[in-house]
Design a protein around this ligand. Structure first.
Ligand SMILES: NC(=O)C1=CN([C@@H]2O[C@H](COP(=O)(O)OP(=O)(O)OC[C@H]3O[C@@H](n4cnc5c(N)ncnc54)[C@H](O)[C@@H]3O)[C@@H](O)[C@H]2O)C=CC1
Ligand SMILES: CC(C)[C@@H](O)CC[C@@H](C)[C@H]1CC[C@H]2[C@@H]3[C@H](O)CC4=CC(=O)CC[C@]4(C)[C@H]3CC[C@]12C
Length: 369
């Protein structure tokens, strides 16, 4: 990447730049990357909000494209200094087929890598996931683990399988010669459960609570901790890695980093109530209201209903066998590898992250507040 003497000379590409995380990465880059000359935003679905970004000093180029189409990816990558690859199908609710998940998350990532090699882009940051590690199919807890904690990362669900394979492709590509003969430098970031403004699953929980008269019913023991991280801090980690990857290629190239901040360790449902409670919802029960075997039965019933209704409509409730198993298995991280390797410190405190998320929920259409 260019040195500081060549300010505003860099071209970045963000795939999935109109998604929940992608939008925060785009906005963070425009605010925090002084060397940015052009920001390319590549997405299957471009958002109308992109227009407001085109009035600033940085050239914002919106590209409607599909990562499964190699030629579209190559055209978008050509000439970029850095690619931040966040595009993906985040589906654990049975909305899309396993084949489609693989095509987007794995083949799409392969297309991004090959585009970097063929066009000479040297720096690739990949948004991986905690799910690459776990929770695994055995339901083994991962309690405040780090990037080196031994853990049997075995998966069966299409989503974690696709993320694990894509991450492996990215890390293995580190050091490949790109057009021009210099090495490709890659890095993978593993967010835990991201929350914040624009989080669709939080929106779904909120709307479910409104439909149930302002109540949500506890399904998971409060003792089961689930790692969460604020979207603004995840976005900042992407920006920082993209900036530091050239200068610290020997240290960071081919590495994985968990995304973390100071968000508290809580169960998934209790953590959500940090935002939904101040917005008028109540979590009923200090312990799960239903026995686990009944939850398992209801989750399986949801799968059957999804299959029966598919010819008529997409039925994709929050409760299914995979989401129940995930929620019911402790998975938290405690690490400082990102700080040690590239000086990451979360810019948003827990209090700020919580306040921003609450304000977003309150501003949601149909809000009870
Ligand atoms: N939401 C979460 O809690 C976590 C998400 N991640 C990862 O972060 C990344 C972003 O996730 P989110 O922002 O939550 O999802 P999202 O669904 O909000 O954003 C994904 C974006 O990728 C785009 N996209 C999907 N298929 C595409 C294709 N074929 N071609 C081009 N663009 C395509 C979508 O249009 C969307 O704008 C994903 O790679 C996901 O695996 C990782 C850990 C946690
Ligand atoms: C219905 C209840 C059992 C309820 O508690 C279910 C919660 C469930 C929808 C979530 C519990 C854990 C979440 C996942 C976790 O944060 C890890 C993830 C990483 C990603 O890369 C994408 C999202 C997700 C799979 C996330 C999805 C929602 C949960 C399964």
């Amino acid at each position: 990447m260019a040195d500081s003497a060549q300010a505003q000379k860099l071209v970045y590409l963000v795939t999935g730049g109109c998604g929940f995380l992608g939008e925060h990465v785009v906005r963070m880059l425009l605010q925090q990357e002084p060397q940015l000359r052009e920001l390319r935003i590549f997405d299957l679905h471009l958002g109308p909000w992109l227009e407001e970004l085109k009035t600033g000093p940085v050239q914002v180029t919106a590209i409607q494209g599909d990562v499964t189409q190699a030629h579209e990816v190559a055209a978008a990558v050509a000439g970029a200094h850095v690619v931040i690859h966040t595009a993906g199908l985040v589906d654990v609710f049975g909305k899309t087929s396993p084949e489609t998940i693989h095509e987007v998350n794995v083949q799409g990532t392969r297309n991004v890598i090959e585009a970097c090699v063929q066009t000479g882009t040297r720096f690739l940051v990949y948004t991986s996931s905690m799910e690459v590690v776990g929770p695994n199919i055995k339901g083994q807890p991962f309690y405040r683990g780090n990037e080196n904690t031994p853990y049997e990362a075995v998966h069966r669900h299409p989503y974690p399988c696709s993320k694990a394979l894509a991450e492996q492709l990215v890390l293995e590509a580190n050091g490949r010669k790109v057009l021009g003969g210099l090495p490709l430098v890659t890095c993978a970031l593993r967010p835990t459960g991201i929350y914040g403004e624009g989080h669709q699953i939080m929106r779904d929980f909120y709307h479910q609570g409104l439909r149930l008269g302002g109540r949500l019913f506890r399904a998971i023991p409060a003792s089961v901790e689930h790692g969460r991280v604020y979207v603004g801090n995840v976005a900042w980690m992407h920006v920082l890695v993209a900036r530091e990857l050239e200068h610290r290629a020997a240290l960071m190239g081919g590495q994985v980093y968990f995304c973390y901040d100071n968000s508290p360790y809580k169960s998934y449902e209790d953590f959500n109530m940090e935002f939904l409670g101040p917005c008028g919802l109540r979590l009923v029960g200090t312990r799960p209201l239903l026995p686990y075997w009944l939850l398992v039965f209801l989750a399986a019933l949801n799968v059957l209903l999804q299959w029966l209704l598919r010819p008529l409509l997409l039925y994709a409730p929050l409760l299914n066998p995979y989401t129940l198993a995930m929620a019911n298995t402790t998975f938290t991280v405690s690490t400082d590898k990102a700080r040690r390797h590239f000086g990451y410190e979360p810019p948003f405190s827990w209090e700020e992250s919580r306040t921003r998320t609450i304000r977003w929920v309150q501003a949601m259409e149909g809000s009870a507040q």
